[in-house]
Ligand binder design. Sequence first.
Ligand code: GAP
Length: 458
Amino acid sequence: MDKMEKIVSLCKRRGFVFQSSEIYGGWEATYDFGPLGAEVLRNLRNLWWEEFIQKRPDIVGIDGAIISHPRVWEASGHTKSFADVMVEDTVTNKRYRADHLTDKIEDGMTPGEVEKIIKKNKIKSPDGNLLSKPKSFNQLVEVGIGTTESSKTKAYLRGETCQPIFYNFNLVKNSMRMKLPFGIAQIGKAFRNEIKVGPYFFRTREFEQMELEMYLHPKDSDKCFAEFKKWSIDWLISIGLRKENLRLRDQEFKERAHYNKVATDVEYRFELSNKDLKTTGGEWKEFQGIHYRSDWDLARHGEFSGHDFTYKNEETGEEFIPHIVEYSIGLNRLMLVLLVDAYVKEEKRVVLKLHPQVAPYKVAIFPLLANKPKLVSKAKKIFSTLSDKFSVTFDARGNIGKRYFTQDEIGTPWCVTVDFDTLEDNAVTIRDRDTMKQERVSITKLEEWFLRKLERVC
Ligand code: GAP
């Protein structure tokens, strides 16, 4: 089993991630997050919101609709340009983006042009089979909105979360009395009809994004772009990602989305098996983007809606359409990267060395024996005190060794055991996940001990 297969198995066994609709045979490229996965996602949303919104007086957050007016997606350019040329392996029926199979395909080429290149260069699928006729494929997910079949209007599930941030620019600016440069951020679901999905939940059709759009004068765009690059990496390291597995890579012109003038990817180095690398294009994988979108978004929404997005600098009198520098990260993809980075197989145990702020539970509380009411009641009291402050779990099943094994596998940084000495000295044993060292701490000092530990790792 390679590392990714082990993580898939752990995530299912321990309640992090399930294939969606498993009892119906599963639903391709869609996942449900179980109790522990939901905790990790919630922690990441909170950490991101605190860092990118709460700590900044010049950034505010919104929660926009998933389905907006269909004109939004015409203005954004997605109905026309959010398309890839797709080919199918004629034997296995696996689908591929044509430009992932050869570097001879330029951005914007029609299916006919792609077909000529495939024929001329005798390009085959990664499994060595003939390819089907190329087809253009738009990734927006269509929905019919309305109460009767005949009155249904074609709309789209949002293909990126940022569009409500753009069309609400003036409403947010005026209601919050913001002055340029300022940012609007959002966390939420996005949907794409991806041609090629996986591995696991790295690329799915339903996912969540955390996006920040900074509105500014064009002269400030380079400075903001550089600041975002540093901020991104610093934050990722602060939530536990290993620096040596991260890098920034500037996108080439042909890789850039239609709205981007400049784009830099934040990439993570996956240690995947050779088979995975062959079908997913190398070990470095993008999981975040920093984009200079220029005035594309506000200018286009102005043109399509007739609304005026001109910003007036009250001090200089200058009027202009604000430009945008964007920070965009996939929440689920970030979670997968963190799991892969944290997964360690040691001789006798598997440990998820997740950062304590990311781990589903901060502390596990055990009574040494489940059939000793005094120990159980003391442990339950500790649970009830600590659960006021952070996410904790209680476990009285099996022996202590097995309980440690389970908590290591789900990344719980500290385990607390209530034993017979506790009844005498009112102290407990704290065991550290990473060092496996044990320390005796008085119950009266416990809350403070964990708060200090959590503060130190923040
Ligand atoms: N608003 C800009 C934007 O959406 P993007 O590079 O297409 O840019 C940003 O997406 C991030 O969203 C990616 O870096 C990735 O983490 C996440 N993402 C995009 N498509 C995804 C998919 N199909 N499944 C999971 N995450 C995805």
